[in-house]
Ligand binder design. Structure first.
Ligand SMILES: [Zn+2]
Ligand SMILES: [Zn+2]
Length: 323
């Protein structure tokens, strides 16, 4: 399913199976979850420099071929995340911040991704998938889980957390927070009772609309929804010294707000991409929690329907494409 230009749906195209180069794996895609970033790519809010491009960066599949060898016959299962390649030599890469590498290449944006039957990935950036997860259940960990986990790290020792937007990321993260003894307050679209019930079911201590004030001050807030007006709303709910973490790759404009809601050492920051260290930590932690994921599966040719269900807020959990 190929992206050709902004504003057009993905198009089903027949292509030859890609050939892995040195250091690359040919991966047969078993499942690939849809991410809000895919909507930003479709809409041109995040640019694809060289279309056509196959989107999809939460891939789980098996290795069918190594770049430098004949087909090995080893059905090793791998996960392919958003960070597809980094130069390994810049000041960011050499200081544990490969997520900020200016030359990084991203799966499903700069490299063909997983809304396809096959993809090619750099072996060094692939993850091992814990055996207790099925292919479908593991896919949302690859970005929704990973970015959420990185955002949680930015919250430090916060004990009370607000999640603004309760979708694929939040439904994973609330389970981790609960296992760590933290309290999660879930904010959804006003009136979205289904999402609020889902949040409470997974362990949130409170759920309400994004315009509501939580019953306790928050030590930190993570904004998953791409809605800039949530930044001042979250700042108003924050205790002194707290942080608002914006976890998305794109957000609508943040409205002006009075300095007094930032005063007292409150902070606003973003989270960009992932490091392999984030991924290894999350994948080591997830089976022990255990994090369970809620997925809705779609056949490959229905990728556009999955994307539109995400856009319309019709999903509980994550949409997963199964070729
Ligand atoms: Zn993503
Ligand atoms: Zn670099």
């Amino acid at each position: 399913m190929v992206f050709e230009e902004v504003g057009k749906p993905l198009r089903a195209v027949e292509r030859p199976i890609p050939r892995p180069g040195p250091g690359q794996l040919l991966v047969r895609v078993h499942a690939c979850a849809v991410c809000r970033t895919d909507l930003h790519l479709l809409d041109g809010e995040v640019e694809i420099a060289n279309p056509p491009r196959i989107l999809g960066h939460q891939i789980v599949g098996t290795v069918e071929q190594w770049g430098e060898k004949a087909p090995a016959g080893d059905a090793r299962r791998v996960g392919v995340p958003w960070l597809g390649w980094a130069d390994g030599t810049c000041e960011y890469c050499t200081s544990g911040r490969e997520n900020l590498c200016p030359n990084a290449r991203f799966t499903g944006r700069d490299i063909d991704g997983g809304f396809a039957e096959y993809t090619v990935a750099d072996e060094r950036y692939c993850f091992q998938i814990p055996p207790s997860y099925s292919d479908e259940q593991a896919t949302p960990l690859m970005c929704a889980g990973l970015i959420g986990y990185r955002a949680l790290r930015m919250c430090g020792e916060a004990r009370t957390l607000g999640f603004y937007g309760f979708g694929d990321s939040a439904h994973i993260l609330v389970q981790i927070c609960r296992s760590q003894g933290r309290s999660v307050y879930a904010f959804t679209r006003p009136g979205d009772e289904e999402a609020q019930a889902f949040a409470l079911e997974l362990g949130a201590v409170w759920a309400g609309g994004s315009e509501e004030s939580p019953p306790a001050q928050l030590d930190a807030a993570i904004i998953f929804a791409p809605v800039g007006s949530l930044v001042p709303a979250a700042l108003r709910a924050l205790a002194p010294g707290g942080t608002v973490v914006c976890a998305g790759i794109h957000m609508s404009q943040i409205p002006a707000f009075p300095y007094e809601i930032l005063w007292m050492e409150r902070a606003v920051r973003s989270v960009a991409n992932l490091t392999r260290e984030d991924g290894n930590e999350l994948l080591a932690l997830a089976p022990g929690v255990p994090v369970s994921t809620r997925v809705s599966t779609y056949p490959l040719e229905d990728a556009n329907r999955a994307l539109e269900d995400l856009r319309a807020g019709r999903l509980t959990g994550a949409a997963v494409i199964v070729p």
